[in-house]
Design a protein around this ligand. Structure first.
Ligand code: HEC
Ligand code: HEC
Length: 404
């Protein structure tokens, strides 16, 4: 990611050149309502893009995002004020121009983004969308939805304080797939290919966060004359966030599971902490970890904005988003494998850092913020959660074999 910074830094230096170079092309706001290829009714506001020779099943279009806004009420000049700087800085999702412009400046990373683009479009875009909006052609039928990368928020991290994940977190996720989600594993990708596709995902987060900034500035604040420097600076900040995680990496030792009396005592303490007010696990996950706590009607950060004050308002918001509102359920520990990994260290990280973008809080310390629970208690809870899940599964298995 280091070199992503170089890309954007050098952008700052050469962007006048870019503006000149790109102006003609960006002038034309893409036509509204045109439909090409695999578009569904959900995505008819997507803009048509000239289609070259591309592998099959790649979504050929990229949307004009208007999340939270009524498309019909967006003026053409507002639309241009959003898409023009965005395409000047990043190109289109289909053809990221930033990379072409940066060829001499940023060596390796340029190559990574370039290499990642076809991989992403061939393997990821059908779910995550060509622009990373999580609304690809296959997304609507999935629960949970594919990640919308535009917020730059990730769930399963080795970092606390709601910081970006480590590259290694993303590597693992792509290699293993989203366990117990619709996302397949990609064992066929070499490490170099994973590097490339992950860099491309990071690129899409920077683009998406910049896009959100533009939408707010243009549509909320009515600023149609935002200098390009300001937009580039915002993009720069979004890129920099990927490099600011060092102080937030969770230090976790590989622990051997205690046995005998030590384990029994840990489980008693773990249960007490799980049920107690400080951790509130029980409020969401329920007494037996079946995801049936009192708080079971929750929304994550991607879906929260889709909820209005009244059912009518919520219904009215429906057309402002590509996908319908989706509830996030506190996990039933007895149902399936844990998505972020079932090793004790994985569970420790989940409880330490919380799950990004969801209501599940983090309880460990972060720079400047004291821990809610001390380390020993976090481990007690880890063993207790593990017990709730594994024991249940064992019991089910035993019951089954008894029935046979
Ligand atoms: C069949 C659909 C599908 C495909 C194909 C797919 N994903 Fe996903 N992906 C998902 C779903 C669903 C989630 C959300 C999982 C969740 O929220 O628990 C997800 C989540 C993610 C996340 C977020 C993990 C986190 O910690 O928040 C990343 C990163 C990711 N995918 C990368 C990729 C990459 C890279 C590819 C292509 C190599 C890819 N995905 C292909 C469905 C898909
Ligand atoms: C405010 C509600 C809330 C509280 C409190 C809460 N969780 Fe969660 N938890 C969730 C939600 C929601 C999910 C599912 C997130 C998702 O699927 O994206 C989740 C998921 C999990 C997972 C699954 C992780 C994985 O890798 O699949 C574990 C384990 C977990 N919680 C443990 C705990 C423990 C232990 C506590 C207390 C220390 C706790 N949670 C407190 C809401 C909560």
């Amino acid at each position: 990611m280091q070199s992503m910074l170089r890309i954007l830094t050098s952008l700052l230096l050469i962007f006048p050149l870019l503006v000149v170079g790109c102006e003609r092309e960006e002038d034309s706001a893409p036509p509204v309502g045109s439909t090409v290829g695999t578009l569904t009714a959900e995505t008819t506001n997507q803009a048509a893009v000239p289609v070259g020779s591309k592998p099959q099943a790649v979504p050929q279009n990229y949307p004009f995002h208007h999340d939270g806004y009524d498309l019909a009420a967006i003026l053409p000049e507002e639309r241009t004020a959003i898409t023009k700087p965005l395409t000047t800085i990043f190109g289109t999702p289909k053809e990221p121009k930033i990379t072409a412009a940066m060829r001499d400046e940023s060596g390796l990373m340029f190559e990574l983004i370039e290499k990642g683009r076809p991989l992403y479009q061939a393997k990821c875009a059908r779910c995550h969308g060509i622009s990373g909006d999580g609304a690809g052609p296959e997304s609507a039928k999935l629960n949970p939805y594919p990640r919308d990368f535009r917020r730059g928020v990730f769930k399963y991290r080795s970092t606390a304080g709601w910081m970006k994940p480590l590259d290694s977190d993303l590597h693992r996720w792509v290699q293993r797939g989203g366990v117990a989600t619709a996302m397949p594993a990609f064992p066929e990708l070499s490490e170099a290919e994973r590097n490339a596709v992950i860099m491309y995902v990071q690129f899409l987060t920077v683009r998406g966060e910049t896009e959100s900034f533009l939408m707010e500035t243009v549509l909320d604040e009515g600023d149609l004359e935002l200098p390009l420097d300001d937009v580039v600076e915002e993009a720069f900040l979004a890129a920099k966030a990927w490099d600011k995680v060092d102080d937030y990496v969770i230090k976790v030792e590989k622990k051997l599971k205690p046995t005998g009396e030590v384990l029994t005592a840990a489980l008693v303490r773990g249960k007490t902490a799980y049920d107690a007010k400080k951790a509130r696990c029980v409020d969401c996950h329920g007494k037996e970890g079946r995801g049936d706590g009192e708080q079971n009607n929750l929304l994550d950060d991607w879906n929260k904005p889709k909820q209005g004050g009244t059912p009518e308002q919520t219904a009215a918001k429906r057309k402002m988003y590509p996908l319908p509102m989706q509830i996030v359920f506190p996990r039933d520990f007895t149902e399936k494998a844990f998505r972020g990994g079932s090793e004790p260290e994985d569970l420790y990280k989940r409880i330490y850092a919380g799950i990004g973008g969801t209501p599940m809080p983090g309880l460990g310390a972060t720079p400047g913020v004291k821990a809610v629970l001390d380390d020993a208690t976090l481990w007690d809870i880890v063993w207790y959660v593990q017990k709730l899940s594994l024991q249940e599964r064992k019991e089910k298995k035993e019951k089954k074999s008894n029935e046979k």
